[in-house]
Each structure stands twice: as structure tokens, then as C-alpha cells.
Design a protein around this ligand. Structure first.
Ligand code: ZN
Length: 403
């Protein structure tokens, strides 16, 4: 009884946790990876000390008076949530993983500054692993139960308050987290209709832009694929409405039609490339210089087998080449860290998964049409395919946030 508390006594524990709050941990930095552009959510408030003073300098002729030195004005900055674990609607949260709320500023750990509850009731213990991060350890969560976390108020150390109450639902054992992973192959202008066999894997340049516009209009936050992997495997927080952009095969026209658009908007993406394509001399595909430039620009590279092969039944020697050599070569020649794989032709087996794990892969993508991602599916993640000439409403209907 003395170890289990109800939410109504959470405030007391928050007080204790606030007093015991540790020094900032590296977690604070890890919540804002350099390559992620979703900082649109988190305009950094200027430090109070940087506020320009409008006070005129005292005139040299003025009678010097022993005036008090004015203290810097601490402008209250509105509080909002940058990231959370889980995200709203995740019905397959990692058992035992703490809930995490990452705010845009150091927070006031005073329990009176928080109004937090979970329904149905869960025992909660709170800590502040970083000044802007609240971690909530809960008692056992019942699989199949939908919980609702509500944050009515929160106060930052600047004195600013939460802009609007937050509420999100989560559970365990359900269909997963709504994280759409968009799958592109070609972004190219093929004229009125794409060549046979390409149409369902291609978007026109204008369609690609419209698709990104749709994500922005729905307040989605495009995150790196590896951030999604960290979320699913480690309970690392993500921004609200996360989405992922991927390209298979390394088709050269994406350099012209997709990469500049992504860079203008500061959006991350992962390119899955077979090394054989890069060294073939075929100018339809990225070469090593292209791949090096993409990696240097902050894009992620992933494995797609050395020769774009069927990988569902590789012998150990074949796996050594198709998966091992492939990963090593991309990493050596581009400096990228290759941790995710996309199954060529969507084909895989349990054996493939074991082989990927053997060579150090952490996740893999299928061509299965799903937007809900589960920790247990980390080597079977689903994607959304766009087709040439598809109306924008087709994508809208597949996204989880359409009103
Ligand atoms: Zn492919």
C-alpha cells in the first residue's frame, strides 16, 4: 500500500521528484536530433537575457543617482509539448515503459504547477530526468484497456503556462501506433501515364509536393525512420502526428524532383539503395558520389540487398554478400550508419529477419499497406504506397489524422 499511489496523490510525489530532480541528462539533447526538422513545433524562445533593453542609456550630464540595477525581464514563454511517449492513439505501448512528456522549456517541478491525470486510474510515480522532461512510471497496465492521459496545466520555469490542455489515449496489446511511412520509388515526370509496371510506384513531381503540403496542412511532423525505430523499441518520445518518408532503389530523378523540395522544407528521408546499382555506371540510379552527398546532407541510407535480390531464402554465403557486404559497403563509402532495411519486392521470411539481425539491422520495411506500427513488427513495418496520378484525397484517406 505504501508503494502504490493513486493519481490523486501524484502531486505529492511530483513534489518529491522535483526536489530530487537530477542534473540534465543527455536525454534532453537526444530529443532534438540535428537532422530533424520538426522543430517547427518548438520555436526556441529567446533567453531572457537576450531581450534587448529599450531603456535609453543615461545621459552623461544627468545627475548620477544610486539607482537599482534592473533585473533582467523574464518573459513568460508559453509551454507546449514537443514530444511524448506514447503518441496519441498508440494502442501497443511497450509494457513497463514510462510515459514521457518533453516540453519546450525547463519546467517548474512544483506539483501545484501540474494538473495531470490518467483514466482509468493507474498508480503513478513521477520524476524529472531532464528539466524539460517528465517521466511517469505507471503500475501494471491492463492489455486491451484504453487509457487516457490528460494534462490540464503545466508551468514552465519562465512562468509561462501550457497553451491548451492535452489529452491522449494509449494502451497495450492493440494494433499499434499511428505512424504512416510513405513509400516512394520514382518521383519523376513520365508524361500522361507512367510506363508499365512503374505507375503504382511513382509520383509526379507536383504530386509529391502536394503530398508534402497535405502532411504540413494536417500538422504532421516528418521524423527520421530511426526515430520511429527508437520509439517502437525503446520508448523514445516522438512529436505528435509523426510521419516518415522513404525512397527505394535510388532512382536518379529523385535528386532533381524530391531532394531539393525536402531540403527546402528541412524534412528528413531515408533512401534504400542496392550497391550494385550505385556501381553499375547506369545513370538512371544514384552513384556513390550522389549517395555520399545525400549522407553529408543529413539524409539516411538503408539497405535493399546488394543486387536488389529476393532475400526470403538466402544461404549463409548469399546473406554475407546481399546483406553483410551491402551494409559494410554503404557505410564505408558514404559514412552513413545503415540500420534499416527495405525488402526488395517486399519478399522476406523469418530466416531473412534473423539474417538482418545478425548483420546489425534494427528494423525492416515491407510493402504491406499499413499505418499502424507495433514493436513486435519492427522487422515488418508497413508503408503507404503512392501511385502515379493518384488524387490527393487517396493519401488523405489513408492518413490517421484526417478530420
Ligand atoms: Zn526496390
Amino acid at each position: 500500500m505504501n508503494r502504490i499511489i493513486c493519481t490523486s496523490t501524484l502531486l505529492l510525489l511530483l513534489a518529491l521528484a522535483g526536489c530530487l530532480a537530477a542534473a540534465p541528462l543527455p536525454e534532453a539533447a537526444s530529443t532534438a536530433p540535428a537532422a530533424t526538422p520538426m522543430l517547427v513545433l518548438s520555436p526556441t524562445s529567446p533567453p531572457a537575457t537576450a531581450t534587448p533593453s529599450a531603456t535609453p542609456m543615461p545621459s552623461a550630464t544627468a545627475t548620477p543617482a544610486p539607482t537599482e540595477i534592473p533585473s533582467p525581464t523574464l518573459l513568460p514563454q508559453p509551454v507546449h509539448l514537443l514530444r511524448s511517449y506514447p503518441i496519441d492513439g498508440d494502442s501497443d505501448v511497450l509494457p513497463g515503459a514510462p510515459l514521457r512528456l518533453v516540453f519546450n522549456q525547463p519546467m517548474d517541478p512544483d506539483p501545484a504547477a501540474l494538473g495531470l491525470s490518467v483514466s482509468p486510474e493507474l498508480s503513478l510515480t513521477a520524476e524529472w530526468p531532464a528539466p524539460n522532461t517528465l517521466a511517469l512510471h505507471t503500475g501494471p497496465r491492463r492489455p486491451g484497456t484504453e487509457y487516457r492521459l490528460t494534462l490540464q496545466r503545466a508551468r514552465g520555469q519562465s512562468g509561462g503556462m501550457l497553451e491548451q490542455p492535452l489529452a491522449f489515449t494509449f494502451g497495450e496489446g492493440g494494433r499499434g501506433a499511428p505512424i504512416p511511412i510513405l513509400m516512394y520509388h520514382h518521383v519523376d515526370d513520365f508524361g500522361p501515364s507512367a510506363p508499365a509496371g512503374v505507375g503504382e510506384w511513382a509520383s509526379r513531381p507536383g504530386e509529391f509536393v502536394a503530398q508534402l503540403d497535405l502532411l504540413a496542412g494536417l500538422s504532421a511532423h516528418v521524423v527520421r525512420l530511426i526515430e520511429t525505430v527508437d520509439y517502437l523499441t525503446e520508448g523514445a518520445p516522438l512529436p505528435a502526428r509523426p510521419a516518415v518518408i522513404t525512397f527505394d532503389d535510388g532512382n536518379k530523378p529523385t535528386l532533381q524532383y524530391a531532394v531539393p523540395v525536402l531540403q527546402e522544407r528541412g524534412l528528413p528521408a531515408t533512401f534504400f539503395v542496392p550497391p550494385q546499382y550505385a556501381e553499375s555506371g547506369n545513370d538512371k540510379f544514384f552513384n556513390w558520389e550522389d549517395l555520399k552527398a545525400l549522407a553529408a546532407a543529413g539524409f539516411d541510407l538503408g539497405g535493399h540487398s546488394y543486387q536488389h535480390s529476393f532475400v526470403q531464402d538466402l544461404t549463409p554465403a548469399e546473406a554475407e554478400h546481399q546483406i553483410g557486404d551491402e551494409k559494410r559497403k554503404i557505410e564505408e563509402l558514404t559514412g552513413a550508419q545503415v540500420e534499416c532495411f527495405a525488402y526488395p519486392f517486399g519478399s522476406y521470411s523469418d530466416k531473412t529477419v534473423q539474417q538482418l539481425q545478425h548483420y546489425g539491422y534494427r528494423a525492416a520495411l515491407t510493402v504491406e499497406q499499413r499505418i499502424y506500427q507495433k514493436p513486435g513488427d519492427i522487422f515488418h513495418l508497413g508503408r503507404i504506397r503512392m501511385g502515379y496520378g493518384d488524387p490527393i484525397d487517396k493519401l488523405r484517406s489513408k492518413l490517421p489524422w484526417s478530420e
